[in-house]
Design a protein around this ligand. Structure first.
Ligand code: AMP
Length: 407
């Protein structure tokens, strides 16, 4: 089934056209800087180079129109009619407490996504805009919402409740939700397939290390804990986000630096993490190369990043009474042998031993085992594919079949 996957940000629309039977991508692209003087449009039909253009795209609706025009353009040989697309899968960041699974979008679902605006003010409003724009362009096919939070619905209350007055949970739903659910789900399923281990008897720690980064503890196929929380700000140190902090620091810096709430929000989300620590860059490649040149703060940023990963791995081994596998994924996890090595070094007594040669070679976007033969715990690199999970969920719901290909 041909499924269009849509991922909307406040000024961007990313898309992937996926044939779910063969799990192949037919075309992908992005419209960026929507509403700016000129927007950037990139399309990449399968196996071809990226076609990049500057255009004026004023809103998400025009971005969807641009995408449909490209897909339908006869010279591109992608689709000949909008009817070729059988469903649209939308990435929605926050499903609140309501959505444990992907759902067919109707007015009630849109209302619920809107109710979660307060929980994800940067993400859910553009996600809903994208849904409405896509419905406008493709009104006669099913639209399905796939939530970043859904996979973590299995967290037990002792893992999702914070140590604050319980009425705040009851009144405002303040609890841990967790994010990157489709990625943690996908790579854990790939591991079950590969290892032929029954998911019921398997415990896995999945490390999604990209610009945003999170770790999940997955026991018996279900997420039992994860590092992101009420919002995607907590947990690991990220590109520009702080990760875990002592909350008292916030009061202290607000007073000392005379920061407004907005400035504090910007500081924690956009000026912290690797960027804040290094004072140089949020991009791990830049930090690695500057650290090699002897920049002490870039090296420190890398050290803090890896130390936090190691702490979470240790924590989740305690939570699950050990684990069968540690999986690295996303931009840093898939591409940086150095970060992977540093994140698990000195854990031999916990049965975690990386193989340096295998680790160095595992940079080709393929599934690779990088643990040594003496390691009790498997260590793997598994490239993530969140878009495929969204496409398959959308296809499944569009055909109302309960037969998920994901075990
Ligand atoms: P993502 O958000 O998954 O696209 O990941 C983005 C992050 O991956 C950025 O910090 C990149 O610097 C990092 N990344 C990509 N390729 C490499 C690489 N070869 N070595 C280290 N980091 C990388």
């Amino acid at each position: 089934m041909l499924v269009l996957v849509i991922n909307c940000g406040s000024s961007s629309v990313k898309y992937n056209l996926i044939e779910t039977e063969g799990e192949t991508e037919v075309c992908s692209g992005i419209v960026e800087r929507i509403g700016a003087v000129t927007s950037i449009v990139k399309h990449q039909p399968n196996n071809e180079s990226v076609r990049k253009e500057s255009k004026v795209i004023l809103n998400h609706s025009e971005a969807l129109q641009e995408i449909m025009n490209f897909l339908l353009s006869p010279g591109n040989h992608i689709i000949s009619s909008p009817d070729d697309i059988k469903a649209v899968g939308h990435r929605v960041v926050h499903g609140g407490e309501m959505f444990k699974d992907s759902v067919l979008i109707d007015d009630v679902v849109k209302d619920a996504i809107e109710q979660a605006f307060d929980l994800a003010p940067l993400h859910n409003p553009p996600n809903l805009k994208g849904i409405e724009a896509a419905e406008e362009r493709l009104p006669d096919i099913p639209h399905v919402a796939v939530f970043d939070t859904a996979f973590h619905h299995s967290l037990p209350p002792y893992a999702y409740l914070y140590g604050i007055p319980n009425r705040l949970y009851r009144r405002h739903k303040i609890r841990k939700y967790g994010f990157h659910g489709t990625s943690h789900y996908y790579v854990s399923r790939q591991y079950y397939k590969l290892s032929q281990k029954s998911k019921n008897q398997t415990s896995v720690i999945t490390c999604h290390l990209g610009n945003g980064a999170s770790i999940a503890a997955i026991k018996g196929g279900e997420s039992v804990d994860t590092s992101m929380g009420f919002t995607p700000l907590s947990g690991l140190v990220m590109g520009t986000r702080s990760g875990d902090l002592d909350p008292s620091i916030l009061f202290y810096i607000m007073e000392k630096e005379e920061l407004s709430l907005n400035a504090l929000h910007a500081m924690l989300n956009r000026h912290s993490g690797l960027l804040g620590l290094s004072g140089y860059a949020a991009d791990m490649r830049d930090l690695i190369s500057e650290a090699k040149n002897g920049d002490r703060r870039c090296q420190q940023a890398i050290d803090v990043f890896c130390y936090n990963i190691k702490k979470y791995i240790g924590t989740y081994m305690a939570v699950m009474n050990g684990c069968d596998a540690i999986i690295f994924t996303a931009g840093i996890g898939e591409n940086s042998p150095q970060i992977r090595k540093k994140s698990v070094e000195g854990m031999e007594n916990l049965g975690i031993v990386i193989d340096d040669e295998r680790n160095e070679k595992a940079v080709n976007r393929k599934i690779e085992k990088i643990s040594s033969d003496s390691s009790v715990v498997d260590i793997l690199v598994i490239p993530t594919n969140e878009e495929l999970v969204i496409a398959i969920d959308a296809a499944k719901i569009a055909t109302a079949s309960n037969q998920s290909p994901w075990v």
